[in-house]
Design a protein around this ligand. Structure first.
Ligand SMILES: Nc1ncnc2c1ncn2[C@@H]1O[C@H](COP(=O)(O)OP(=O)(O)OP(=O)(O)O)[C@@H](O)[C@H]1O
Ligand SMILES: [Mg+2]
Length: 276
C-alpha cells in the first residue's frame, strides 16, 4: 500500500508579511484542483480571523474552537462550496485560537486524520508571520508554499519565516510564488531570496511562478467570487499557469511532518490491530 495513494497531499500556504495573496491563491488552487476532479479540503488556519469563508461568501456552522474543545467533530464544521471543494472555516474573533496549546493541537491532528481519507488534497491557509500556529501547521504539512511580493518588507519577512521554519522545525523545501509582479521583477525577487537563503540557510527554494498585479483580483474579492468569473483571459491564464505548476510538483512523501507522521502512524496502528 503506497503512502502516496493512501494519504492526501497537504500543502500549507504561508507568507511572512500579511496581505500578499495567500487566501487568494488558496481559494483558487482549491477550485482549480476540484475542477480537475480532485477531492479538496481548504482549511482556514488563520484561526481567530476569518479569511476563506469571507472570500467565498459561505457562512460557518460553528467554529474550530468548538472542535478543539471536543464539542463538535471536524466533519460537522466542513462546508461544501459551489466550486466543488470543501472548506473548514477558521472562526472569527476567537482569541483563544490564536495560539493552540499542545492538547488543542492534538485534537486538531486527530480530527484531521479522521477526515483525511475523504480527500486527495488538503490546503492549509495559515496566518501571516511566524506565530506558533503557523510553525505548527507548516511543519505538519507535507509541503510548504511561501507567497511574497517584490516589496522589500515582504521579502525580508519571507526570509524570516523560512529561517525559523528551517532552523526550528526542520522544514527544508519551499515552493515560492511571487505575487503582484511581472515576470522579470518576480525573478529578481526570487533570486534575492535565494541569494540570502543560500548564504545562511540549508534550504531548497523552488520557484513555482508569479502573478502580475491585476485590478480584477480586487474586484473579484469584493464580489466574493472567483477570478474565473471576473478576470481578463490573460490574468486567468497567468493564474492557471502558477496553479498548474504547483499541482505538477512531485509529492514530498518522505518528509516526516506532523500530520503525515500521524497519518502514517495511524495507518500502521490500523494494520497492527488487524494483525493481532
Ligand atoms: N495579483 C494581485 N493583483 C491585485 N490585487 C491582489 C493580487 N493578489 C492579491 N491581491 C489583493 O491583495 C489583498 C490581500 O489578498 P489575500 O487576502 O489573499 O492576502 P493574504 O496573504 O491572505 O492576507 P492575510 O495575511 O491578511 O490573510 C486582496 O484584497 C486582494 O485584492
Ligand atoms: Mg489570508
Amino acid at each position: 500500500m503506497s503512502v502516496e495513494k493512501e494519504m492526501p497531499r497537504v500543502i500549507a500556504m504561508s507568507s511572512g508579511k500579511g496581505g500578499v495573496g495567500k487566501t487568494f491563491f488558496s481559494v483558487h488552487l482549491a477550485a482549480y484542483a476540484a475542477s480537475q476532479g480532485k477531492r479538496v479540503l481548504l482549511m482556514d488556519a488563520d484561526l481567530g480571523l476569518a479569511n476563506v469563508d469571507v472570500m467565498l461568501g459561505v457562512s460557518a456552522q460553528g467554529s474550530v474552537l468548538e472542535m478543539v474543545r471536543g464539542e463538535k467533530a471536524l466533519q460537522q464544521l466542513i462546508l461544501p462550496t459551489r466550486e466543488g471543494f470543501d472548506v473548514l472555516p477558521g472562526g472569527s474573533g476567537l482569541y483563544e485560537l490564536t495560539a493552540l496549546d499542545a492538547g488543542q493541537q492534538q485534537v486538531m491532528m486527530d480530527e484531521m486524520r479522521s477526515v483525511s481519507s475523504k480527500y486527495d488534497l488538503i490546503l492549509i491557509d495559515v496566518a501571516a508571520g511566524i506565530g506558533d500556529n503557523v510553525l505548527y501547521f507548516v511543519s505538519a504539512a507535507e509541503s510548504a508554499l511561501v507567497v511574497l511580493t517584490p516589496e522589500p518588507t515582504s521579502l525580508t519577512d519571507a526570509y524570516a519565516l523560512i529561517k525559523v521554519l528551517s532552523r526550528q522545525r526542520g522544514v527544508k523545501r519551499f515552493m515560492v510564488v511571487v505575487n503582484q509582479a511581472e515576470a522579470f521583477d518576480a525573478q529578481v525577487t526570487f533570486r534575492r531570496l535565494v541569494s540570502v537563503a543560500d548564504r545562511y540557510l540549508d534550504v531548497h527554494l523552488d520557484y513555482v511562478g508569479h502573478l502580475p498585479y491585476a485590478p480584477e483580483v480586487r474586484q473579484a474579492i469584493q464580489k466574493q467570487s472567483l477570478l474565473k468569473e471576473q478576470g481578463s483571459p490573460l490574468t486567468r491564464q497567468a493564474l492557471d499557469t502558477v496553479l498548474d505548476s504547483i499541482l505538477a510538483r512531485p509529492r514530498d512523501v518522505h518528509r516526516s511532518g506532523g500530520l503525515q507522521f500521524f497519518w502514517e502512524h495511524s495507518l500502521n496502528e490500523g494494520l497492527s490491530v488487524q494483525a493481532e
